[in-house]
Design a protein around this ligand. Structure first.
Ligand code: ZN
Length: 206
């Protein structure tokens, strides 16, 4: 089983690019499980820094990034924010159309998200239209998710997918196609397969 652990005494003060709060080092660890309980750690899967206030998370390279001058730093983090929004819209649209059509409620949900990122609304609408017309041609959605994993963090992929699922499930349950797609998203983003059950339990708690 996989657990998220906070590493003690590893803090980047005022480092969060989104809200400026402190970031703490976390890691996902694979545990040996017995009778449903984690017994001992087998291996560390990945480490990342996460802001406890706004929940943004970045790979450990953020330690180096925060040393850059403000202008460069701001540019990089803006790009990261845009990437998250693009991947979120892509994953959500693809999940919504997997059953063959985009219903009214799903359209509204997607537009509400685009409204949150008004500075790149045009780009997001293009992505939505592309997926409506071409689906996941050339692995477009998978590539974006993989990039979120690489450029942001493993935890960002998980946050993104649970956000997508939460919004699309607002009206009830997920069907088999959607669950299969979620599984595929996890693998294509480069996460270990065990993250699927982690995601499902995360979504159930929302
Ligand atoms: Zn923050």
């Amino acid at each position: 089983m996989i657990k998220k652990i906070t590493v003690p005494n590893q803090i980047l003060e005022h480092a969060c690019p989104v809200c400026g709060d402190d970031m703490l080092l976390h890691k996902y660890v694979h545990y040996f499980k017995l009778f449903g309980k984690p017994l001992f750690p087998l291996k560390v899967i990945e480490e990342f820094y996460k802001c406890e206030v706004c929940k943004s998370s970045y790979n450990t390279y953020i330690k180096e990034l925060i040393k850059l001058d403000d202008e460069k730093k701001q540019l990089l983090f803006e790009e990261a924010g845009k990437l998250y929004a693009k991947a979120l819209i892509a994953a959500m649209t693809y999940m919504a159309v997997i059953d063959g059509h985009l219903d009214e409620k799903e359209q509204q949900t997607l537009h509400a998200i685009i409204g949150k990122y008004s500075n790149i609304a045009d780009e997001l609408i293009d992505i939505m239209d592309r997926i409506k017309n071409q689906g996941n041609k050339d692995g477009f959605v998978y590539k974006l998710l993989k990039k979120v994993h690489q450029d942001l963090s493993i935890d960002s992929v998980l946050a993104l997918l649970s956000e997508a699922v939460k919004m699309l499930m607002a009206d009830g349950k997920m069907d088999d196609n959607e669950l299969k797609l979620l599984d595929k998203f996890i693998l294509e983003a480069g996460l270990p397969k065990e993250f699927y059950s982690l995601l499902i339990s995360k979504v159930k708690k929302l």
